[in-house]
Design a protein. Structure first.
Length: 298
């Protein structure tokens, strides 16, 4: 199923590249979270691939602490990856041009939420990782821009008598771990942070999204320019429903972080059922109740 227009996404990212440094706070927030997790692991990854590079933001955050020999930056838009250090390539996450077992780690910062077939993309990443290789990725989750979504829907329904998709759909955190398992990753972990950002008004928020290259790229979006009346009505609804005490509006961005490892014999393995050497009931000092029996009343 085609949810996103990847050609439109490429154009948006190319258009945003020149002025991206003025709108990069969200990319920096995602990069900080990935760098923190890598610092906790204290790993060494000789060959690293970054998918969806926002210039050098993630590489600068990661630094030299992971012992990288080769760090390849890739993005769907040549202009966006042009400011990253070499080696760099233009590549689409939906069709990765790398051989199996090419990398010790794949990092991705706020890019995979634009992929149509996320399970397929994760499976491709799993294929290009060496055994015990790491996938560490952040992407925007389902609560992102929930305020803007509601306001645009209400405004367009009032002004135009109907509504079209205006804000891209995003993955729910509860589904992330299952997707990693489905793609063949071991030890999957998914967690989310909600970031509240304030803007003077909804128009400033929309300008920032354009500067990030994060505007609507859904395949079902209307191809006509949004009517001025719709935008102004949405801004008015936003100011009424989501204003802070200081008069500024809030905008929510949910960052979901995924961690998974390519399977390897050296990784911890779950014990076989019934192989435990001690009983939990003994450790807790309680009587064991077989499954299906009711606990005595007392």
């Amino acid at each position: 199923m085609i949810v996103f227009d990847r050609r439109a996404l490429r154009r948006q990212r190319a258009r945003a590249a020149a002025g991206f440094a003025r709108h990069d706070f969200l990319a920096r927030a995602g990069a900080e979270r990935l760098a923190d997790r890598l610092a906790d692991m204290r790993p060494r990854f000789g060959r690293v691939l970054e998918l969806g590079a926002h210039g050098a933001i993630l590489r600068d955050q990661v630094g030299t602490g992971i012992g990288t020999d080769i760090y390849v930056a890739a993005d769907i838009a040549p202009a966006m990856v042009a400011t990253a250090a070499a080696p760099r390539v233009t590549a689409d996450e939906e069709a990765l041009p790398f051989a199996p077992d090419s990398f010790d780690a794949v990092l991705s910062n706020l890019s995979l939420h634009w992929v149509n077939d996320l399970p397929g993309a994760l499976a491709q990443i799993r294929r290009i990782l060496r055994p015990d290789g790491l996938l560490l990725a952040s992407l925007l989750g389902g609560r992102t821009l929930e305020e803007l979504r509601l306001c645009l829907l209400e405004a367009e329904s009032e002004v135009a008598g109907g509504a079209s998709p205006r804000v891209s759909p995003s993955m729910e955190t509860r589904d992330a771990g299952a997707l990693l398992q489905r793609a063949g990753f071991a030890l999957p972990v998914a967690d989310a942070d909600l970031i509240d950002v304030s803007y003077p008004d909804a128009l400033a928020l929309m300008r920032d999204l354009r500067g990030m290259g994060e505007t609507n790229a859904t395949a079902g979006r209307t191809r006509r320019f949004t009517r001025r009346e719709v935008v102004l009505r949405a801004a008015a609804i936003y100011a009424r429903r989501f204003a802070r005490p200081d008069g500024r509006i809030r905008a929510s961005f949910e960052i979901v972080t995924l961690t998974g490892w390519a399977p390897a014999p050296s990784q911890p393995q779950p014990l076989r059922p019934g192989s435990a050497a001690a009983r939990l009931a003994d450790a807790l000092g309680v009587a064991e109740i077989p499954a299906g029996d009711k606990a005595p009343r007392g």
